[in-house]
Design a protein around this ligand. Structure first.
Ligand SMILES: Nc1ncnc2c1ncn2[C@@H]1O[C@H](COP(=O)(O)OP(=O)(O)OP(=O)(O)O)[C@@H](O)[C@H]1O
Ligand SMILES: [Mg+2]
Length: 220
């Protein structure tokens, strides 16, 4: 699903954030990525959805080569990816169901199909009673559930999450972990999550990577 061979990532030529990154993530795996603040976790995730270009090496996501990817091919790749951030990144002028419909809008779904899908996902994340609300009217945990619903909306093959529970209390974090587990187990979605704190007794098969001094290690 994700193949990285000797990838180098940098914001400027003189300082590589990731060096010789080589790893392989199979379809339907659940992967945790750890590492100190500033080690390059977010940078690595950004390379997966083409937000920063590769300096060297080869990166393939779901058979799309990221090297010099055209904007047309990037759009196709992003159809397969759902993204979740620590700070939710919801559009505050839109209702929560309009937020969930965003990836559907981008990917050209018919409006009535999107409305039905958004209702289904609101129910899935147990927020049907908040329909018509705006993000600011919800708690942090509820906003993150909207963000999870948005990430699932267009039936992605991969979910990429950057510290999705970083701002949440233990209870809300558990709810988000369970939604991600369900996405992996029931929907067969490959999940790659950056987190400082891997949950204890996670209950499903997963692997852990760690970034240190620009090198990506598998933690056994
Ligand atoms: N847009 C940018 N331009 C230049 N340098 C950047 C940019 N974004 C991040 N960096 C640098 O790249 C390095 C890795 O940053 P990154 O955000 O990937 O770390 P991280 O592991 O996600 O950290 P955190 O746990 O704090 O989120 C840091 O030294 C950071 O200062
Ligand atoms: Mg980060």
């Amino acid at each position: 699903m994700i193949e990285a061979k000797n990838i180098y990532l940098a914001y400027d030529e003189n300082k590589f954030i990731i060096k010789k990154g080589t790893f392989s993530i199979k379809n339907k795996e659940f992967i945790f990525i750890g590492g100190n603040s500033g080690s390059g976790k977010s940078t690595l995730l950004k390379s997966f959805y083409g937000e920063i270009p590769l300096k060297h090496g080869n990166l393939t996501i779901d058979n799309h080569k990221l090297n010099n990817i055209s904007s047309k091919n990037l759009k196709t790749l992003r159809k397969d990816i759902g993204i979740i951030f620590q700070d939710y990144k919801l559009i505050k002028e839109w209702t929560i169901e309009e937020n969930i419909m965003l990836p559907l809008k981008i990917n050209g779904y018919a409006h009535d199909v999107s409305v039905v899908q958004a209702e289904k996902l609101l129910a899935h994340v147990k927020l049907s009673h908040r329909k018509g609300y705006y993000p600011n009217e919800l708690s942090g945990g509820e906003q993150q559930r909207v963000a999870v619903a948005r990430a699932l909306a267009h039936n992605p093959k991969i979910i990429i999450a950057d510290e999705p529970t970083g701002n949440l209390d233990d209870y809300s974090a558990d709810v988000v972990w369970n939604l991600l587990k369900g996405a992996n187990e029931q929907l067969g979605i490959t999940v790659v999550v950056v987190t400082h704190r891997v949950p204890k007794n996670f209950g499903i098969r997963s692997r852990q990577f760690k970034i240190q001094d620009g090198i990506i290690y598998e933690v056994s």
